[in-house]
Structure formats: C-alpha cells, structure tokens
Design a protein around this ligand. Structure first.
Ligand SMILES: C[S@@+](CC[C@H](N)C(=O)[O-])C[C@H]1O[C@@H](n2cnc3c(N)ncnc32)[C@H](O)[C@@H]1O
Length: 196
C-alpha cells in the first residue's frame, strides 16, 4: 500500500515535469500497464525492458508486481532524471534501473526479455531489426501501434487501448542445396517473430 502511494506520487511528479518541458509525451495508464504485462505472462525470471520508458512506470510496476528485474531506456535527459528519481522514491533500485540512451542502439544480453514499447509507428519500423536480435523466448508487447512488417494477430482491446503481442521463436526451414552430386534439402535454423 505504501509503495502504491509513493508510486502514485512519483507519477504526479513525472507528468508535471514532462508538461513543463518542450515536448509533451503520452503515458500508458497504470491499468493498461498491468494488462500489457499480464498479457505476456511476465514472471520473476524475466527481465522487463521498456524502450522509451518515460517516467519508468512500466519497469516499476513490473518489479513491484512480479518481483522481476526491469530496465528503462530513455533518450531525453530530463525525463531520464525523473525516472531515476522515481526509482529512489519507490526504493526499488535493487530491481529497477534506467539508462539514458537511444533505443535504436540497443544491445541485448543472451537472457530472454519482455520488451514493452509505446512508440510511434515510424520509430517502431526502425526498431524492428533491433527487436529481431532478441533472444528466443522473448516477448514484445506494443501499446497502441503494431510493429510494421511482422505477422500480426488480433490485438487485445481494452477501453480504447490496443495491445499487440509478439513472440521471438526458434524456427527451422528446409533449404534446397544443389552441388555436383545433385540436390538435397538441409534444415536451416533461424529466429522468427510472430504475433499472437
Ligand atoms: C509515449 S512515451 C511512453 C512512455 C512510457 N513507456 C509509457 O508507456 O508510459 C515515449 C517515450 O519514449 C522516449 N523516446 C522517444 N524516442 C526515443 C529513442 N529513440 N530512444 C529512447 N527513448 C525515446 C520519449 O522521450 C518518451 O519519453
């Protein structure tokens, strides 16, 4: 309960800070954050990464709700500072961190991830090759915008908010290989991203 109150206070600070800056930015309402995380079955073994984390609400809610580690990536230095303050306000620095960086320069560790995004379609298009390098078993949930070019399932709709979910999977396909002895088929492994 105490954590919840502190978190609410943290959000109030974030919203006022972002409105005072030059650019307005939208945030995901807390009930939609919970729906996003629940929809991709986050567990304590996952690492949640919010690309373009704003005030860090998604990583903070993930860590409090599931006990998982969570990271936010934020390009704007002022918003990143607010996110850092929210870690302290919630006393959750043992689970949550923030990096001030451009999401298009992300490098992944081999551990499977849950990646959350609430970014515009053009940035998502550029981000797609970065997301395609995620380790198999990772899930991606996008608030409001589909990720261009990926196989799409029906989105989850919650009072006007759309959630698009994707899974990174190992897959194989047969490839015809021809040489002097004739042609054979070989199984070639690759990583596929599928909507679900
Ligand atoms: C719509 S807000 C979403 C905030 C938060 N994820 C949420 O759902 O409430 C998008 C955030 O992404 C940040 N952002 C935009 N482009 C970025 C980039 N290339 N790298 C890192 N952050 C970026 C913006 O500064 C903003 O804070």
């Amino acid at each position: 309960m105490l954590k919840k109150l502190l978190w609410t206070a943290a959000l109030a600070l974030c919203v006022s800070t972002s409105h005072a800056g030059e650019s307005h930015y939208a945030t995901t309402p807390p009930d939609i954050v919970v729906a996003m995380l629940d929809s991709v079955d986050v567990t304590a073994a996952d690492i949640v990464v919010d690309l373009g984390c704003g005030d860090l609400r998604i990583p903070i809610i993930a860590a409090i709700r599931y006990g998982c580690s969570a990271v936010g990536i934020e390009r704007d230095p002022i918003i990143a500072a607010v996110a850092r303050a929210n870690i302290e306000r919630n006393n959750i620095g043992h689970l949550v961190s923030v990096q001030q960086a451009d999401v298009l320069r992300m490098r992944w560790t081999p551990a499977r991830k849950v990646v959350t995004v609430y970014l515009d379609g053009e940035l998502l298009r550029k981000l797609r090759p970065v997301l395609e390098r995620l380790p198999p078993g990772s899930r991606i949930v996008s608030h409001q915008h589909r990720i261009p070019g990926w196989q799409q399932a029906k989105p989850i709709e919650i009072h006007g908010h759309r959630l698009y979910r994707y899974r990174v999977e190992r897959a194989t396909r047969k490839v015809k290989v021809c040489g002097p002895q004739g042609c054979t088929y070989k199984n070639v492994a690759y990583v596929a991203v599928r909507g679900y």
